[in-house]
Design a binder for this molecule. Sequence first.
Ligand code: PBG
Length: 322
Amino acid sequence: MNQRPRRNRKSIGIREMVAETNLKVESLIYPLFIVDGKNMKIPINSMPNCFRWSLDLLIKEIEICGKLGIKNFVLFPAVEDSLKDKTATYSYSSANFYLKAINTIKNKFPEFTLMSDVAMDPYSSDGHDGLVIKGGIDNDQSLPILCKMALSQAEAGIDIIGPSDMMDGRIGAIREVLDDNNFKNTSIMSYTAKYASAFYGPFRDALDSAPKYGDKKTYQMDPRNKKESLIEAELDELEGADILMIKPALSYLDVIQTVKENTNLPVSAYNVSGEYAMVHAAAEKGWLDYDQTFIEVLTSIKRAGADIILTYFAKDFANLKH
Ligand code: PBG
């Protein structure tokens, strides 16, 4: 035998030297949920160790994360039902606690990177990401609402806008509004290939944002399609996205790889709530080792080609490395 691949696996030193994939905390973005109020840290049943935080406690949590090396965060608002309406007006209202929270956090931690969510669902009485008209989602009438939302987040000081709504043309529309209002340096990470997935279940519990009727299949992608992700990627590039996201991650590693091979932009992947919940559930039963499993999950996403990973495992990862 001239070749014995096991020689390159024979010691920790050699395995570390030849490792093709390296995870680092700087590539992770930690998703956090915000509620209005004070002194609140509300557990989310289907997402162990994730909470809905009020701003005062969230600031302390971000400080703790910062000390562990986590400096990138994506923020999601959990909005009271009484503030929801058909056109998601609260999403760009100056009274919106989410916008105020962005502003406060950014001022307190100017060196940290903050990303927002742009979609109507947390604010919509219909629970959909776009505007519901006569039982359908009206793409073009949704765009001005999404643009107002994005602009108010830019005004609040967000670093990266994260449109997760999957309306056609929204990246171009948002880019134009940002540029027209002198937010030329506000970035856009597009949810480029966001699939209509069952893995978002726990997240919808966290935000109480499930669709009131119907599903999201007329705007989120069909899990059977891969080439379509390249159409979305091409459009997002042309429309001005800075980073392209694939979501979910684990069941879509092939899509991550394909998009990565076909773009020169950085690629991110969203390791979503259901992927997090599955590992927790199996570990709770004693069926899987939690630490080893989540490290393998993150490694596989990175190996598939994701430069950046949005993941609820970020804090556990940082703690292990600390
Ligand atoms: C909202 C949004 C969703 C997620 C991120 N932004 C849910 C959805 O589209 O229904 C899911 C994140 C996760 O499951 O962790 N548009």
